[in-house]
Design a protein around this ligand. Structure first.
Ligand SMILES: Cc1ncc(COP(=O)(O)O)c(C=O)c1O
Length: 459
């Protein structure tokens, strides 16, 4: 029997919105229709998406960061096909996986201060594992996290989420989770000084809002964690695997966390995976006796396809000098987008590292724009950014996102393989769309329509 998935896709492609309205998330379909993103993508290649009319879009979202190597990279596909063709034993469970051993060895070669790896199926699952390992290793309950943090949406991870919108309706969450402001070492010391905290978890660059650490913050946090015997966990699920121009973002600031969390791009964009890299002494506190050999785990973790995707991703990263490209193109984008700042009163900041970039907007000074800005802000904080992202998509075929609920920052998280032509495309498009937003014309009319729909910025 041959199941032709491509043919299935083709015959049902035109029903996708009605299928989702009927059987899945109807609200998502409403959002797509309201903002005009219902173009029905048909295929993806590298940094580009193509709709049913073969129009090409530049993807600055990269599936929330999974497509670091672009969509459908030939080396990843070949590696996955070779797994399927090899009749491997896969998930025997009462055995240990060869491919997991290889991937663990190769990951740790890139993060040499750590010794062990625990594999999971997603970012959130890696976070859940980190919480359990931290508590077991220290005998303490507390987990400190930052405001604006995003570590995933399962219960443990959600308990470390710094945004009320995600938490509302799901309480009560995990006890003993303590929120402190990001970039605040005094607050961190205060939280740790009672010596009840198992771990401090932090994104080296916060994904929500693209918030960079102050110079000395991460190193200072590491010192405080050591002083109070608290584990220091770097959530590099979004920032890792070359995104910021280094394998790990933490390398920019010389930190050596006790645990490093990876997921997203490690998948090659094909097979979900998560990984917790950690010190042996932490690992051994959980897996400390034979009768506890399976005390934590997940059925599909370490499956051959995920491990092969991870191995292939690391190979491509090195062979194609992907972090170097992220550093170079990211620097160019920040430089050229920052240069627009002088021309536009609504543009407040452009910041980032490698290809994790935030373009921030803020209240205008001129009376002419103030009234419209206030109208949008009153209707829904952060709505202004939709006046940037929607025309970027409709008129310039660039897919972007707003960097969080109520955020005034548009986020660029493209595949790490973008080239100079793409950079030119991005800068020209931003220039054009920002210029329009200062003209109190069509864009502001769109704003009124959005206010009518009471539409809120996305994830
Ligand atoms: C920093 C960070 N941690 C954890 C997660 C959760 O990963 P997943 O969606 O694979 O559960 C995300 C996802 O966006 C993330 O950005």
């Amino acid at each position: 029997m041959t199941i032709d998935i491509a043919a299935l896709f083709d015959t049902h492609e035109s029903e996708r919105y009605s299928l989702h309205t009927r059987r899945l998330n109807e609200q998502m379909v409403r959002v797509l229709r309201t903002i005009g993103y219902d173009v029905a993508f048909r295929r993806g290649h590298g940094q580009y998406l193509y709709d049913r009319n073969e129009a090409r879009y530049l993807d600055l979202l990269s599936g929330f960061g999974v497509f670091a190597l672009g969509r459908n990279h030939p080396a990843i596909r070949a590696a996955l096909k070779s797994v399927l063709d090899a009749d491997l034993p896969n998930l025997v469970q009462m055995d240990v996986s060869t491919l997991a051993g290889i991937l663990a060895e190769r990951l740790l070669a890139l993060v040499p201060h750590l010794d062990k790896v625990f594999f999971a199926n997603s970012g959130a699952e890696a976070v859940e594992a980190a919480i359990k390992f931290a508590r077991a290793a220290t005998g303490r309950a507390g987990i400190v996290y930052c405001s604006h943090a995003f570590h995933g949406l399962t219960y443990g991870a959600l308990s470390l989420n710094g945004d009320e919108t995600f938490r509302q309706g799901f309480e009560p969450l995990l006890p003993d989770c303590i929120r402190i402001p990001f970039n605040d070492l005094v607050a961190l010391e205060q939280a740790l000084s009672l010596r009840r905290v198992a771990a401090f978890i932090v994104e080296p660059i916060q994904g929500k809002g693209v918030i960079l650490p102050d110079e000395g913050y991460l190193k200072g946090a590491e010192h405080l964690c050591r002083r109070y015997d608290t584990l220091f966990i770097a959530d590099e699920i979004q920032t890792g695997i070359g995104r910021t121009g280094r394998f790990l973002a933490g390398e920019h600031w010389g930190i050596e966390p006790d645990m490093v969390l990876l997921a997203k791009a490690l998948s090659g964009g094909h097979v979900p995976v998560g990984a917790v890299l950690m010190r042996k002494r932490i690992y051994d506190k959980v897996f400390n006796r034979m009768d506890r050999a399976v005390v934590h785990g997940s059925t599909f973790a370490k499956n051959d396809l995920a491990m092969a995707a991870g191995i292939a991703t690391l190979e491509v990263l090195k062979a194609e000098r992907i972090p170097e490209n992220a550093a170079r193109t990211g620097e160019r984008l920040v430089r050229e987008l920052s240069a627009l700042w002088a021309n536009y009163e609504l543009l407040k900041d452009v910041r980032g590292k490698g290809l994790m970039i935030g373009v921030e907007f803020g209240a205008p000074s001129s009376l002419k724009l103030k009234a419209s800005w206030n109208m949008l802000e009153t209707a829904s904080k952060g709505l202004f950014c939709q006046l940037i992202t929607i025309p970027l998509f409709k008129e310039h075929k660039i897919l972007t996102q707003v960097a969080g609920h109520g955020s005034h920052t548009v986020k660029l998280l493209p595949p790490l393989i973008i080239n100079d032509e793409d950079c030119g495309w991005i800068v020209r498009a931003f220039d054009d769309v920002i210029a329009d937003s200062h003209r109190a014309g069509a864009v502001w009319t769109l704003g009124k329509t959005l206010v009518g729909h009471a539409l809120r910025p996305g994830a």
